[in-house]
Design a protein around this ligand. Structure first.
Ligand code: PEP
Ligand code: MG
Length: 533
């Protein structure tokens, strides 16, 4: 047994065989030409057939080993792979939206899984993971990549957010030699409920493929060849998380109201999947990370529409492209600007983007969220362009991300231009404290310097009588949640997989106590939180 210290990036403990990844693959999000779509749909159907056949073979093998119950479970997967509703969904995504077969298989499985996961019957909800597994197995067939099929603990130097989204369904936990806790890869891991440890260093890469490893995402440590006692603790933890998830799933639709009756709205962060929850943050840029040029209006609509069409009459908060930093597509390589500054430098691209979002979001209660705002002038510029673009269509609400120190300082003026504010604690924390987001080993959002700016933003929003949301990771962190609620935040936007859990946590809080705790912390920053207006 040998412990390799790192930093916790996503909670939970897991044990399994190491899958050591030499990662050079990216996430393909090219659209298929219309002429090629029928052929692409054939490939997807064939992949599903081959997946069903694999599972049949596996079931036969299990039966011959006297494992009838396991064989029954595997056979359910055969039915899922051949499910006409799943196949129809895959076909629509390819034929109408132009997705590649592998993307369509994963996306269709994810859509089906999300429908299952909100069902009140926990047994049915748990089938969601089985459907995801079908999607990933079928996608793996297309790539001829057996690694996707195997289960284990992913060991890599570093991963991008698209890589985690693509690979994570196959793995039980992730350990990285590099990486940071607020990097987007970690965000995706948390949203998928995968234990993750980052920053372990080069020693991690000495782990051999197939070796047994334990990832302790609570303590931030990776253990090579764990002893029986430690491995069994990990298995118990996996079971505990599974049953906590069942409770959260069963109660996820109940409103989030503290014990003393204070209501907080909990929405979902979405990226590639069609969420069933109201969406508090859709990170549109994650869908175009491999783009070779600014995506056209039509390309954007074909990718965004399948997600937004499901949010009729529901809140859909679509963030404008937040390119830059670790989210820089090839055609923007070398830029130093980030977020709305990138788009304001390219008025034609901004115009196409706004128009595409308005088109794709028709029928939803659309809220546009502007990333990396630094001044009220940014919002005025976006509104000016929006006025040109709308042309008789409904004008969406416009909100500012408050995630730079400049924006937090100018929150009152910015709030005056907005219909809502959304605090991005991930960037705000790193920028205020001068940390490197991609490498940072901590995200101390409760540092009084950060908290003072969060409090000032909430006050600015309430003075302007607009709601204030927190959409950074702090909103779904058990330790910072009470403080954020205590500051009077109206909405929390959290990873889709954590909506039920966060609602449950809110129900266990006492608002008066949260207020006292946040006041006490704020006292150290020189800020005071005043009564809400
Ligand atoms: C944030 O910065 O807190 C945020 C929500 O945006 P992102 O994580 O996508 O940068
Ligand atoms: Mg941000």
């Amino acid at each position: 047994m040998r412990a390799l210290p790192g930093v916790s990036a996503a909670p939970g403990i897991t044990v399994g065989r190491a899958l050591v990844l030499d990662l050079t693959r990216g996430h393909a999000s090219n659209l298929v030409r219309e002429a090629d779509r029928a052929g692409e749909a054939d490939r997807a159907r064939d992949a599903l057939r081959r997946t069903a056949s694999d599972l049949e073979t596996l079931a036969l093998q299990l039966r011959s080993e006297g494992r009838g119950d396991d064989a029954d479970i595997v056979e359910t997967g055969v039915l899922m792979a051949m499910d006409p509703a799943l196949i129809a969904r895959v076909e629509t995504l390819i034929l109408e939206s132009g997705l590649e077969a592998a993307d369509a298989l994963r996306e269709a499985a994810e859509q089906t899984a999300l429908e299952l996961s909100v069902l009140l019957d926990p047994m049915l909800a748990l089938r969601a993971d089985d459907v995801r597994s079908i999607g990933r197995r079928a996608a793996a067939h297309l790539k001829g990549d057996a690694r996707h099929v195997s289960e284990g603990v992913l060991i890599a130097d570093s991963l991008g957010p698209a890589d985690v989204a693509e690979l994570a369904p196959s793995v039980r936990g992730i350990a990285l030699a590099g990486g940071g806790v607020t990097a987007h890869a970690a965000i995706v891991a948390r949203s998928l409920g995968l234990p993750m440890v980052v920053g372990v260093g080069a020693d991690l890469l000495e782990i051999e493929d197939g070796e047994e490893v334990l990832v302790d995402g609570d303590r931030g440590v990776v253990v090579r060849q764990p002893d029986a006692e430690r491995a069994s603790l990990a298995r118990t933890d996996t079971e505990r998380r599974r049953s906590a998830r069942e409770i959260a799933i069963a109660r996820r639709l109940e409103p989030a109201r503290t014990k003393d009756g204070h209501g907080v709205r909990v929405l979902a962060n979405a990226s590639t999947v069609a969420e069933l929850e109201e969406v508090g943050l859709m990170r549109t840029e994650l869908l175009f990370l491999e783009a070779m040029q600014w995506p056209s209006h039509d390309e954007q609509v074909s990718v965004l529409r399948p997600v937004l069409a499901r949010l009729q009459n529901q809140t859909a908060t679509v963030r404008l492209f937040d390119f830059g930093g670790d989210k820089t597509p090839p055609f923007l390589r070398g830029i130093t600007a980030r977020g709305i500054a990138v788009m304001l430098n390219e008025p034609q691209a901004l115009k196409a983007h706004l128009s595409a979002v308005v088109d794709a979001g028709r029928g939803a209660d659309l809220r546009l969220l502007v990333p990396m705002v630094t001044s009220a002038a940014d919002i005025r510029s976006v509104r000016d362009m929006l006025a040109i673009v709308v042309e008789g269509r409904d004008t969406p609400k416009v909100g500012a991300m408050i995630e730079t120190p400049e924006a937090a300082e100018a929150a009152r003026e910015i709030a005056g231009q907005c219909d809502f504010l959304s605090i991005g604690t991930n960037d705000l924390t790193q920028l205020v404290l001068g940390l490197d987001r991609e490498q940072s080993r901590k995200a101390p959002v409760l540092d009084p310097r950060v908290l003072g700016l969060v409090a000032a933003t909430v006050q600015a929003g309430h003075a302007a009588r607009i709601p204030v949301d927190v959409c950074g990771e702090a909103a779904s962190d058990e330790n910072s949640l009470p403080i954020i609620v205590g500051l009077g935040t109206d909405e929390l936007s959290v990873a889709a997989a954590r909506v039920g859990q966060v609602r449950q946590w809110v129900r266990e809080l006492d608002f008066a106590d949260c207020r006292r705790r946040s006041e006490a912390l704020l006292g150290q920053s020189g800020h005071t939180s005043r009564q809400r207006v």
